[in-house]
Design a binder for this molecule. Structure first.
Ligand code: GLN
Length: 228
């Protein structure tokens, strides 16, 4: 029956923080992006409805633990730490952390040269965790990535550590004019859709995800947002 009971589909509340193009963002109040189209496709394939709920990224794990949402989609990396308290879908996107600096910066060229620098990060992210391992660095934490990047553009910090696909997209589309990415990817990370621990909906989400991965829908959405 594909998740529907006598033709009535269940509705899952899915949290997102729409400040991270091209994964989830808003234009004129309308939610869009790779993650949003992917979840819409998963829902269509598995036979459930989605109600999106905007929420700060750092609030998602607590909300999942409290079961006040059914799932989240927000370019969230599957980590061991998070997996102690929530259950992730199968991975859906390969990512990694990158370093953004101002175009004029000459002295930060890789992770080692972040030593003793001022680094802006988004609270509760893998980028924040990574930045904390830099010796002598002053870490400044912000609620979302656009604010952290604005601090960098304003010259208040030396670098931002965040998911490279988002940084690249911002630079390519001109939204982050004046910034560049330096060095190698710092990590290899995989995004997943978190649900409450052992959620009964996990199977449904994975079935839908597996379908869209195998029927060409995933490739179509990927091409639209990443053009390759
Ligand atoms: N992938 C990173 C994490 O999971 C950042 C996600 C985001 O900023 N939305 O921590």
């Amino acid at each position: 029956l594909n998740g529907s009971v006598r033709g009535v589909q269940k509705t899952l509340t899915v949290a997102t923080e729409p400040t991270f193009a091209p994964f989830e963002f808003q234009v004129a109040g309308k939610l869009q992006g790779f993650d949003i189209e992917l979840v819409n496709a998963i829902a269509a394939a598995a036979g459930f409805q989605v109600k999106y709920q905007n929420m700060p990224f750092s609030g998602m794990i607590p909300a999942l633990q409290a079961k006040s949402i059914d799932a989240a989609v927000s370019a969230m990396t599957i980590t061991e730490e998070r997996s102690k308290t929530v259950s992730f879908s199968r991975p859906y996107f390969k990512s990694g952390l990158g370093i953004a600096v101002r175009g004029s910066n000459q002295d930060i060229t890789n992770f080692e040269s972040l030593k003793n620098k001022k680094i802006a990060v988004q609270i509760g992210t893998t980028g924040a965790d990574k930045a904390k391992t830099v010796p002598g660095a002053a870490i400044r934490t912000f609620d979302d990535t656009p604010i952290a990047l604005q601090e960098l553009l304003n010259g208040n910090v030396d670098a931002v550590v965040h998911d490279q696909p988002g940084l690249l997209y911002g630079i390519k589309t001109g939204n982050l004019q004046g910034l560049k990415i330096v060095g190698q990817l710092l990590t290899e990370e995989y995004y997943g859709i978190p649900t409450p621990k052992n959620s009964p909906n996990l199977k449904l989400i994975n079935q839908g995800l597996t379908k869209v991965l195998s029927n060409g829908t995933y490739a179509q959405i990927y091409k639209k947002w990443f053009n390759s």
